[in-house]
Design a protein around this ligand. Structure first.
Ligand code: UD1
Ligand code: CA
Length: 447
């Protein structure tokens, strides 16, 4: 066993009935990412050798989400929720042969800090429990400490008055060596007020065997669990407050911090400027010095240094903006790569496209990428000029330094240096407008 050998078990089988939801609790989003994604990300900071998620309610959906969030994690089914100890017992067989440290986390507790987990993982006691001093201990399990040692954990339902007065509470996060945990969990009973297999009982079992048990404490804010929609909203507010502060600490200008919304994985470089009312969905990176003007929505995209986006722009997954790109108002970009210096100023949709360096995309241009069945690509070369209101019917290619006339419907490839016009030739009838208007007035009896 090496010291860094850690495995994670993430408990996520509970229904979360107080959410009043058909969606499993751990799939409700915080910072744009399912709750379980926060637990997985926190656990990942320990560089675990293995990760097992215990799913129950909504297991198929949880399994799918976990595969997306953390492809190396495995999911085990707990068909009936018989308690936290029973949940861990379902996960342990997947860790067969693993003899390092096991850390148990909850999928609905998103704020545990990396440093806290590191302290827990490094503590030498046989069983280590993460505790906190609760302002209102409520229904948390109480940590009964004797001297330097954790003696046992008593669940609220099973606690007498004196024990309920203890303010040191169980967060649910626990660490123990795999072999010991297997032994202890195998001996758990369910003779208690809830009739459940309590993971918390491993502490008393370990102590009875003469093993050591200890508490590592953290701030209560880290152990905040989510049980209701109101708690989810409060957690979102707390998450956003931290994300805004962290961005500013990193040198990002936020014109009005309270109106900027971040995702769990948003990365913004120093000296980037973010205007009012900007929403970052998951998967966004913005390089140093880029500017996001007010009222933009970004998701799954990359904005390079010197680029300006918005106001009122939408960057969807796969939008890659090169250096100094300008994307203006009412522009939507999806799954498209814009090379350095491209300008897309107004009222445009670019989907499944590549655009070469310095090309100008005129107002109202649309890549018609969908034919009702499949998606098709549009490739535009460097230094091209796409006239306003061009419809680019994909699959289609416009060469380098080529131009399209305003209002063109481009259905065939345009070679380098060519001008393509795909519109009806203009017809002009001198005086006809005035004569037509007069005839209409007469018909309506106005003259
Ligand atoms: C648990 C602890 C309690 C602690 C509290 C902190 C036990 C017995 N009690 O109580 O000491 O103060 O958390 O919030 O451990 N889960 C499963 N399968 C199950 C039961 C639970 O996966 O069969 C998962 C839930 O989805 C949840 C977590 O384990 O993520 C905790 O379960 P929950 O029922 O909320 O435990 P509490 O009663 O709050
Ligand atoms: Ca709970």
């Amino acid at each position: 066993m090496t010291e860094s050998s850690v495995a994670l078990i993430v408990l996520a089988a509970g229904q979360g009935s107080r959410m009043q939801s058909d969606l499993p609790k751990v799939l409700h989003r915080l910072g744009g990412v399912p709750l379980v994604g926060h637990a997985l990300a926190a656990g990942r900071t320990l560089d675990p050798a293995q990760v097992v998620v215990v799913a129950g309610h909504g297991a198929p959906a949880v399994t799918k989400a976990v595969a997306r969030l953390d492809p190396d994690a495995r999911v085990v089914l707990q068909p009936e929720q018989l308690g936290t100890g029973h949940a861990v017992a379902q996960a342990l067989p997947l860790l067969e042969g693993f003899d390092g440290r096991v850390i148990v986390l909850y999928g609905d507790t998103p704020f545990i800090a990396a440093e806290t987990l590191a302290a827990l993982a490094a503590h030498p006691a046989d069983v280590v429990v993460l505790g906190f001093e609760a302002a209102d201990p409520g229904r948390y399990g109480r940590l009964v400490v004797k001297g330097d040692s954790l003696d046992r954990i008593v669940e609220y339902k099973d606690a007498d008055e004196a024990t309920r007065r203890i303010a040191l509470c169980n967060s649910g996060v626990m660490a123990a060596d795999a072999g010991l945990l297997r032994d202890l969990v195998g001996r758990l009973g369910n003779d208690n007020a809830a009739g459940e297999y309590y993971l918390t009982d491993v502490v008393a079992l370990a102590r009875a065997d003469g093993r050591s048990a200890a508490v590592v404490t953290c701030d209560e804010s880290e152990t905040l669990g989510i049980n209701t929609r109101a708690e989810l909203a409060a957690a979102e507010a707390a998450f956003q407050a931290r994300a805004r502060q962290a961005a500013m600490d990193d040198g990002v200008t936020l014109a009005d911090p309270a109106t900027v919304w971040f995702a769990q994985d948003t990365v913004i470089g120093r000296d980037a400027v973010v205007g009012q009312n900007v929403v970052f969905g998951p998967g966004v990176t913005v390089e140093s010095g880029a500017e996001i003007l007010p009222f933009c929505h970004l998701e799954g995209c990359h904005v390079s240094a010197g680029a300006t986006v918005g106001p009122f722009a939408r960057l969807r997954p796969g939008a890659e903006l090169g250096g100094d790109v300008h994307v203006g108002n009412f522009v939507e970009i999806k799954n498209s790569v814009l090379a350095e210096g491209v300008k897309v100023g107004h009222l445009t949709y670019l989907g499944d496209a590549t655009v070469g360096e310095r090309t100008n995309i005129g107002a109202g241009t649309v890549t018609c990428n969908y034919d009702g069945v499949g998606k098709h690509r549009t490739d535009i070369g460097a230094d091209a000029f796409i006239g306003s209101d061009t419809m680019l019917v994909a699959p289609v290619r416009v060469g380098a330094r080529a131009m399209t006339g305003s209002g063109s419907v481009i259905t065939a490839d345009v070679p380098d240096n060519a001008l393509a016009l795909g519109r009806a030739r203009q017809v002009t009838k001198p005086g006809l407008a005035a004569r037509l208007m007069q005839a209409l007035r007469v018909a309506k009896g106005k003259q």
